[in-house]
Design a protein around this ligand. Structure first.
Ligand SMILES: Cc1cc2nc3c(=O)[nH]c(=O)nc-3n(C[C@H](O)[C@H](O)[C@H](O)COP(=O)(O)OP(=O)(O)OC[C@H]3O[C@@H](n4cnc5c(N)ncnc54)[C@H](O)[C@@H]3O)c2cc1C
Length: 375
């Protein structure tokens, strides 16, 4: 089968290396618009449980990736300058470009054809392929071309966010809430290298217009944020990498494929960054598609099998992500809660865990919360 993969992010590279290693007979070509050393964003975070599941599925890939990861346990929440530690749960952060470089090397070794600085603008460029895998991210050109056929639904959230880096190696994944005049901000920050962290800043729509952020330049906005989060930044400036402020756009599709075109990763659906699972979901889509191709003898059967096996899990994540972003969309009300109540409300936000499970997974935090709730 001649397979064209649009995009060179985690979904594309994972899919190509996995299938080519399992079935070298396929001719697989990746087309990525950026140069090999460029990407957006900084670091991404995985849960330790996700890492273990990936390791079971593909020990070779993980043997290269895990040494490049920063590991930690637990989370931290800071509200009204009070710190709440949430024990339990292991996490791993990795620089996005490092992850892509390791996967690209594995693709090249497996015999995948890699074309960088090649932006696909028209589906006719892919006419000679038997299968086109759309792994071209949240703004996928393939998905937009066939939006009606895929049944694409998009929705823009009202909060504003921007993704920065900072040379501070935070001990754990941390959520810091800050109020300033009429402003309500939250920063999601964690380390992904021994010397550097991701610093993602979010504010509600009232803050955006109330503080006049909508009328400022990016440089000015950066200074406002540096001021609001001065204690967390510890004198370091925010580092930019295509760090535009925007509203998060949720994407879902009623159908996952159309003729010889199939969607994976963020092109298929976005999972809000607050559940920290976008890269993991993209990788799992890629594994499912590669397995479906290896297990069937024709493209239509493979695409039907991919959707049938993968859809139930993806739908569950979409629900969890929805509950999570709605929590952040209510940031202003949530910040009226006391720090301990805010932390508990946050832990319960997706509806996927109940109090008994929380007690098992975060025993110290839950004990402190129970003592606080009785008072
Ligand atoms: C602010 C923010 C924070 C996040 N934090 C996390 C996190 O902590 N953990 C996590 O797991 N995930 C996180 N994510 C999500 C994660 O980045 C994505 O879910 C993941 O990158 C999806 O992988 P992908 O390969 O589907 O798409 P992408 O990584 O977006 O890759 C798509 C690729 O396609 C290329 N491309 C696009 N159009 C074309 C074209 N026409 N021709 C050729 N190439 C094209 C792009 O250049 C890009 O390289 C975050 C996302 C955001 C926005």
């Amino acid at each position: 089968v001649r397979i064209a993969v649009v995009g060179g992010g985690p979904a594309a590279l994972w899919f190509a290396r996995t299938l080519k290693r399992a079935e070298p007979k396929h001719q697989i070509a990746i087309y990525e618009q950026n140069t090999a050393g460029a990407t957006y964003g900084f670091g991404v975070v995985f849960s330790r449980r996700a890492i273990e599941m990936l390791r079971d599925a593909d020990p070779d890939a993980l043997a290269a990736i895990v040494p490049a990861m920063e590991m930690w346990d637990g989370q931290t929440m800071v509200h009204r300058d009070e710190t709440v530690l949430i024990d339990g749960g292991g996490y791993a952060g990795i620089e996005r470009i490092t992850l892509l470089t390791l996967l690209r090397e594995q693709c090249a070794r497996a015999g995948v054809e890699l074309s960088y600085e090649r932006r696909i603008t028209n589906m006719e460029e892919l006419a000679s392929s038997d299968l086109v895998v759309a792994a071209d991210g949240a703004n996928s050109i393939v998905r937009q071309t066939f939006a009606r056929e895929f049944g694409t639904v998009q929705h823009s959230l009202s909060n504003w966010f921007a993704w920065f880096g900072v040379d501070v190696p935070y001990a754990t994944h941390t959520l810091t809430f800050r109020s300033s005049a009429t402003g309500r901000f939250v920063a999601h920050h964690y380390r992904f290298r021994p010397d550097r962290g991701t610093f993602l800043v979010e504010c509600d729509a009232r803050t955006w217009t109330g503080l006049g952020l909508d009328r400022l330049t990016d440089e000015h906005r950066k200074r406002v944020v540096e001021d609001v989060f001065a204690p967390e930044l510890r004198g370091q400036p925010l580092i930019e990498n295509k760090s535009q402020w925007r509203n998060y756009v949720t994407v879902t599709n009623q159908r996952w494929s159309h003729n010889r075109f199939v969607l994976i990763g963020d092109a298929l659906r976005t999972a809000h960054f607050s559940i920290g699972s976008g890269t993991r979901l993209a990788i799992d889509d890629a594994t499912a598609l590669a397995s479906a191709i290896a297990a069937t003898s024709g493209v239509p059967e493979a695409l039907a099998r991919y959707e049938a096996t993968r859809r139930p899990t993806v739908d569950r994540f979409i629900e969890a992500a929805r509950a999570s972003y709605l929590w952040y969309e209510a940031l202003r009300d949530k910040m009226e809660l006391e720090p301990m109540d805010l932390a508990y409300d946050y832990m319960m936000r997706t509806g996927r865990i109940d109090h008994a499970r929380l007690r098992r997974e975060t025993p110290k935090f839950t004990r402190r919360y129970e003592a606080h709730a009785i008072r």
